[in-house]
Design a protein around this ligand. Structure first.
Ligand SMILES: Cc1ncc(COP(=O)(O)O)c(C=O)c1O
Length: 606
């Protein structure tokens, strides 16, 4: 029991009372005295080792009227019970009696409340989306039967199994090919507030493409240029060119073997200062920052609790590490806590004689902003859970660093959390910094360990010096070290653009996902055909967006994903919003049934 508690189930004196709470024996006795005997005995049978664990407050407590009013509203709030108006009613030392339990109505503290929406379409629309998808698949199979592919037939492979599985080849040839023109558009300019697309046509229904020799300049709603630092001119570009002249493009070696130069050291120091932690390590590629460092940190015998929407680089790193994984529902703190409790209770599986063996370590892996959902992690709650259960926290701020918080220090800054409460801070430089690469930051010991043992330090060529220079120049601006307000102005502009754009979309009546402060804005269009129609129509209107469908989203949740930027002007946003409103009318995309606030939306002045 003691071991189990040490790994994170809390200290022995805890007398909390929420959904799924573990009661200590003393508390159980206390409650039994107060009339909860019958209920507790039932639960005790499931969890015999001196603990009472209510697995699912709702299921168990249903029908127990004395609890129902409490459970309806119970949400864990960091060891406290709050009443409706948010005042502290009871704490760990409060004696729980039937009277005060039934009176308490627990609310979520404001700090943990997320301003997020994931509206579902009506049942009828859902049914039509399903039917249309089956029709699409049926037509695909028919077309495969009647018109087998000529251009891609494998030859001289007698006796070999096919390289691709049957569904992937069918799907990419007969479903994705129909709309292929909407993806992989080559660009021929800086991806700033505007971007120039290289025009192309297909003469064989998407099997092949030819360039026409013309170009289309569009408003760019598709690139991760949150702070507008994707620029070919200005102080960042100038410093980058200076470093290019000094160091060339590549170090031609790993960080451990003559690959470390002045800019790497400066960048890592500056990044740690920016984030408010001891130290940072940088890697030449964001994807590799996750996939090559996680296997150095996690190992078999560790448990990883991973958000279901985590990025492929995190999933790959976790898989390579050999750690055991449990996936929790997206940003669902109740599910995360349930898994934590269950797994701490169960420990490592398949032990000889069914002995209890605790997990060596437990890691919670989350992202700051989820790039397909536009949602923001419930960081205060994750931190509360990780502290309560003594788990480690790995936070990927790829999309949020620079883009969130009043000083651009990501979701940690946005929620006013302490960066030291996050054990492993990860992020990339491909988005807000207009460069490439990634970082891991945190305590000195962590970073020193990674410098020595990470695959990225040992085997991968160091970050290109001009890329490091671009990041340094951006950091100086964000931290005000350039002596201007430029950094602050850009962060404010992004926040302003985000609020304006999201509010206007809500008025148009389309369904958007995510947090009202998130610059990633998915517009749900559901159908494959509508993704294509919207991307094509918007390009005709000189607006570039990104369509996202299966397998990047669930099959029936096709969407247009818009990324806002500090570089967008109000005029550009208004033009894009008017075009989106027209397309939404033409294609029937106004699925939202939420009440609309029709008051004119004011674009906040600087
Ligand atoms: C959450 C997350 N982590 C890591 C990466 C990989 O970063 P990069 O594209 O810089 O290699 C991405 C890419 O978009 C991402 O969204």
């Amino acid at each position: 029991m003691a071991t189990r508690m040490n790994q994170g189930a809390g200290d022995g004196s805890i007398t909390e009372f929420w959904n799924g709470t573990i009661f200590e024996n003393e508390t159980k006795n206390e409650l039994q005295k107060n009339g909860y005997n019958g209920h507790l005995i039932n639960v005790c049978k499931e969890y015999p080792r001196n603990m009472v664990h209510i697995m699912n407050g709702h299921t168990y407590l249903n029908g127990h009227t004395s609890f129902s009013s409490v459970t309806k509203d119970i949400i864990e709030s960091n060891g406290r019970i709050l009443v409706e108006d948010g005042t502290l009613k009871a704490n760990r030392n409060t004696t729980i009696t039937p009277t005060n339990i039934t009176k308490l109505s627990v609310i979520e503290s404001d700090k943990f409340k997320l301003k997020e929406s994931f509206e579902k379409p009506s049942l009828i629309i859902t049914a039509i989306i399903h039917i249309s998808f089956y029709i699409l698949m049926f037509l695909g199979y028919l077309s495969q039967m009647l018109f087998p592919p000529k251009v891609v037939k494998e030859k001289s492979r007698e006796g070999y199994p096919p390289l691709y599985d049957r569904f992937s080849s069918f799907y990419s040839r007969y479903v994705y090919r129909r709309v292929r023109d909407c993806w992989n558009y080559p660009i021929c300019s800086v991806p700033g507030a505007e971007v120039t697309l290289k025009d192309r046509i297909t003469r064989d229904n998407g099997w092949t493409f030819e360039f026409t020799g013309t170009q289309t300049k569009c408003i760019n709603l598709g690139s991760y240029n949150y702070l507008g630092f994707a620029q070919a001119t200005g102080p960042c570009a100038e410093y980058t060119i200076k470093i290019l002249h000094e160091y060339g493009l590549s170090t031609g070696a790993t960080r451990q073997n003559h690959g470390t130069c002045k800019v790497h050291i400066e960048l890592e120091k500056l990044m740690a200062e920016f984030l408010g932690v001891d130290d940072a390590i940088t890697v030449g590629m964001g994807f590799a920052t996750n996939s090559l460092n996680i296997p150095t940190l996690f190992a078999p015998g560790c448990l990883v609790l991973s958000d279901e929407k985590n990025h492929a680089s995190l999933i790959l790193g976790i898989r390579l590490s050999g750690a055991s994984v449990k996936v929790f529902r997206h940003n669902n703190m109740v599910h995360l806590e349930k898994l934590l409790r269950e797994q701490i209770y169960k420990g490592q599986p398949d032990q000889p004689n069914n002995e209890y063996k605790p997990w060596n370590k437990i890691f919670i892996v989350v992202e700051g902003i989820y790039s397909m959902e536009g949602s923001i992690v419930n960081l205060p709650k994750v931190i509360a859970l990780k502290k309560k259960y003594k788990a480690y926290l790995y936070l990927d701020e790829a999309h949020s660093i620079g883009a969130m918080g009043s000083t651009g220090r990501g979701v940690v800054d946005y929620f006013g959390c302490n960066p030291k409460d996050v054990d492993i801070l990860m992020g990339t430089f491909t988005k807000s910094f207009g460069s490439a690469g990634g970082y891991i930051a945190g305590r000195k010991e962590l970073v020193t360990y990674l410098r020595k043992y990470s695959y990225a330090s040992k085997y991968a060529t160091a970050m290109s010096p001009p890329l490091a220079a671009q990041i340094i120049a951006v950091l100086r601006i964000l931290m005000g070290k350039d002596g201007t307000d430029e950094g602050k102005n850009r962060m404010d502009a992004l926040a302003r653009n985000t609020r304006y754009f999201r509010k206007r979309l809500a008025q148009i009546g389309v369904i958007t996902y995510g947090n009202e402060d998130s610059p990633v804005v998915p517009i749900l269009v559901y159908y494959y055909s509508k993704i294509a129609a919207m991307v094509r129509t918007l390009i005709k209107n000189k607006i570039a967006t990104v369509g996202v469908g299966y397998p990047a989203t669930p099959l029936l949740q096709g969407r247009i994903r818009i990324c806002l930027s500090a570089a967008h002007t109000k005029e550009q946003l208004d033009y894009a919003l008017d075009a989106i409103a027209t397309v939404a009318d033409e294609l029937g995309l106004k699925y939202s049934r939420l009440p609309k606030d029709l008051a004119p939306i004011v674009y906040e002045e600087t």
